[in-house]
Design a protein around this ligand. Structure first.
Ligand code: ATP
Ligand code: MG
Length: 162
């Protein structure tokens, strides 16, 4: 079922701002031409919620969380950028293993399962996830999902938005 991705992301951010008890502001931006895509709503909600709540949770001293949705010709990209504690370079490869937590989490609690679930959700869409992070500076997660090929000509006709 095609989904208005921009509206979906916008609503998810508003929902999180209301439910997560945090002073953090989540900025949301769309780049590229907005369109409907055939992504699974439940999986999408699952991985975006995990990434956005991590960005908030691991930014104990505040700072902004920036969520960008980027439409390219044949893929969509989601970037979630924070100014939090960061992840040591040597540990970045292990992050997506179940129960792995980096050595610098301190007293911030968690099970270490979120990113393993995120990775599964992204892979179900033939997508990829990457991380760019520096300790003490912040972290960016980048999810890239190919789209377009799975869209039928009919669904392209209902392309809405700008
Ligand atoms: P939960 O299962 O409740 O999500 P968790 O947050 O510890 O627990 P993951 O979401 O899988 O587990 O993240 C794994 C580890 O990756 C975290 O414990 C933390 O060390 C690191 N991490 C994830 N996101 C960030 C982030 N935005 N900034 C810094 N470290 C992060
Ligand atoms: Mg988590």
């Amino acid at each position: 079922v095609p989904l208005d991705l921009e509206a979906f992301c916008q609503e998810l951010v508003e929902e999180l701002q209301l439910t997560v008890k945090t002073p953090h502001q989540i900025g949301f931006r769309r780049q590229g031409r907005s369109r409907w895509v055939g992504l699974d709503e439940k999986l999408l909600r699952q991985f975006l919620t995990n990434l956005l709540s991590n960005a908030i949770k691991y930014s104990p001293e505040g700072g902004t969380v920036q969520f960008d949705l980027i439409f390219d010709a044949d893929q969509v990209r989601f970037t979630i950028k924070d100014q939090g504690i960061g992840i040591p370079e040597k540990e970045q490869a292990q992050l997506f293993d179940a129960f792995y937590r980096s050595s610098n989490v301190g007293t911030i609690s968690g099970t270490g399962l979120g990113l393993a679930i995120v990775k599964k959700c992204v892979e179900r869409h033939q997508g990829e996830i990457a991380v760019d992070s520096e300790v003490g500076k912040g972290t960016t997660f980048i999810v890239t999902i190919p789209v377009g090929s799975e869209l039928s000509p009919e669904s392209l006709n209902i392309v809405g938005c700008v």
